[in-house]
Design a protein around this ligand. Structure first.
Ligand code: UD1
Length: 423
């Protein structure tokens, strides 16, 4: 296995390019399943483990894919299997994204139930509710979701989500694209990744109204065609790199971004004392003399993202004062806290809130990654910890951060990847 070895204490400086978004790549790759007509050329797709897993799933279904230089070419013309097996779904919960497009195009899909998750229960009831509203009959047996469209065709419907869900909104959008008639989604997710999926479907020929809002209206079409498309930047990677720079007292610029998509996060960096300057496609962060304790509450977009919560906690370990970090999306997403405390942080957990007592000196030790963003928070802490921090089980980080150690090295961090035997 791989571990990251970080020698803390170096200020980050310089500039890097943002990678393409992982969380928008997955639904747009899934959406290629909607058509048997043509090839897709998807640019700015990050070279990540999750993308490899997802293309393996598409290949298993019969799609043809090639990936080089961050461009993925997909043809789903010859899909013959409608079953997503446990071996692939268990590696990545987002595999559920194949449900909507397969059901809409073929009238049938079987997807293994995704199983548990490192940071608490992650139900899929809203995905299933949306498919049922669109006219699917769903049964769950032997660990599989079996979905069949009545008379082989989904029909437009009104779907009101009781909870805002990125994944369920994505699945509903894709399914509605080929459904007969119009579908309306209320309390839909408005995350930039969903906006990207809307733009992708619109470019494929699906009329969608309300893009970027929580009320979406989709006119189903009889058939769709392959397109060329540029994926959006990864706002969570960018937030992570900004936190990494801020904790070291550094100054960095990140290019190839759209700063208006990160307003809440950038505002929080400003509240914490950082100076943020933006252009149309870059963000520069200059650290303050002293970071200030800054509360955040993770909620659906445009609020602070749950995917930045762990990194923010790491940053707040070095801020003056006590900060309150609340997660209203995943109440139990705090696996990083015991590991951060092992580095010397003083963080208490109270229900879905972390209380971070700032300005604790951190000292390097061996810590364990438990999930993707938890791993990122440990790397951030390692950059400021005295001595050497070893972050084990880097495969979690590799799911979602493209060339992370190269990017940090280019900004001046002392970080390297090494092999180790776990047992
Ligand atoms: C996506 C992101 C993930 C991010 C999350 C929230 C991808 C691949 N993953 O995950 O990184 O942390 O959004 O921004 O894009 N819920 C239900 N029933 C459902 C589905 C969700 O109750 O059927 C709940 C969840 O438990 C959670 C909330 O809805 O409390 C939001 O989850 P959701 O937006 O669906 O997350 P994902 O799409 O799985």
């Amino acid at each position: 296995m791989d571990k990251l070895v970080i020698k803390g204490g170096r200020k980050l400086s310089g500039s890097v390019n943002a990678s393409g978004s992982k969380n928008s790549s997955l639904p747009i790759i899934a959406a290629t399943l909607l058509t048997g007509n043509g090839t897709f050329t998807l640019h700015n797709i990050p070279d990540l483990r999750d993308i490899t897993t997802f293309t393996q799933l598409l290949n298993h279904l019969g799609a043809e894919t090639t990936f080089a230089d961050n461009t993925l070419r997909v043809s789903s013309n010859h899909v013959q299997s409608l079953q997503a097996p446990y071996e692939l779904v268990k590696k990545m919960r987002a595999s559920i994204y194949v449900l909507g497009p397969l059901l809409a195009r073929f009238g049938h899909a079987r997807v293994s139930l995704p199983g548990g998750c490192a940071f608490g229960p992650r139900p899929i009831d809203l995905h299933l509710m949306a498919m049922e509203k669109l006219g699917a009959t769903i049964t769950i047996e032997t660990g599989f979701i079996d979905a069949t469209a009545k008379e082989g065709k989904l029909r437009g419907a009104h779907i009101d989500f009781p909870v805002s869900s990125v994944g369920a909104t994505g699945n509903a959008l894709m399914a509605a694209a080929l459904a007969e008639g119009t579908t309306t989604l209320s309390n839909a997710a408005a995350e930039p990744e969903i906006v990207t999926l809307c733009k992708f479907l619109i470019a494929m020929g699906v009329p969608i109204r309300g893009t970027g809002t929580t009320e979406l209206e989709i006119d189903g079409v009889p058939s769709l065609a392959g397109i060329e498309f540029d994926n959006v930047f990864d706002r969570i990677e960018v937030g992570t790199l900004l936190a990494a720079a801020a904790i070291t007292g550094g100054e960095i610029t990140i290019n190839r971004v759209e700063p208006q998509q990160m307003k809440t996060v950038l505002k929080k960096f400003t509240e914490a004392g950082c100076t943020i300057t933006t252009t149309d496609n870059s963000i520069t962060l200059k650290s303050p003399e002293k970071l200030l304790a800054t509360d955040v509450t993770a909620k659906p977009y445009p609020a602070f993202p749950t995917d930045m919560q762990a990194q923010w906690i790491a940053l707040m370990t070095q801020a003056e004062g006590i900060s309150h970090i609340t997660d209203k999306v995943y109440h139990e997403r705090f696996n990083h806290i015991p590991e951060l405390n092992r580095l010397g942080a003083h963080i208490e957990i109270r229900k879905n809130q972390a209380l971070v007592h700032g300005q604790q000196p951190l000292s390097g030790t061996t810590v364990m990654s438990t999930d993707l963003r938890a791993s990122a928070s440990l790397v951030i802490a390692g950059l400021v910890a005295q001595g050497t921090t070893e972050v084990l089980r880097v495969y979690h980080l590799d799911r979602g951060y493209e060339k992370i150690e190269q990017k940090l090295q280019s900004l001046g961090a002392d970080i390297s990847r090494e092999k180790y035997n776990e047992f």
